[in-house]
Design a protein around this ligand. Sequence first.
Ligand SMILES: [Zn+2]
Ligand SMILES: [Zn+2]
Length: 95
Amino acid sequence: MKVKNITGYRPPSCGCDSCEEHWEKATNSTFTTCVRKRCGNSATVGGHVINYQGNSSNVSYIVPLCNTCNSIPTDEYYDINSWALPILSTDTRAC
Ligand SMILES: [Zn+2]
Ligand SMILES: [Zn+2]
């Protein structure tokens, strides 16, 4: 999956304290490694991204990113690993 970062961060409206917590609940996984291919740093933030293939650019996902990858310019596409478990930022079923 190819994604790009988006700005205009909004905290989840579900009551979670952070995007990290939101992602962990939705995936039932632990925040560990940045999902950018060939990165391998520890993930520190729940980054907001949109899917390159998706035409509906208002569909955003949350994925674990390190600070470096979360700072990639918003016009630059990059690959994330197949194990990334991107969740819809609007998915509050597990909250
Ligand atoms: Zn949540
Ligand atoms: Zn990274």
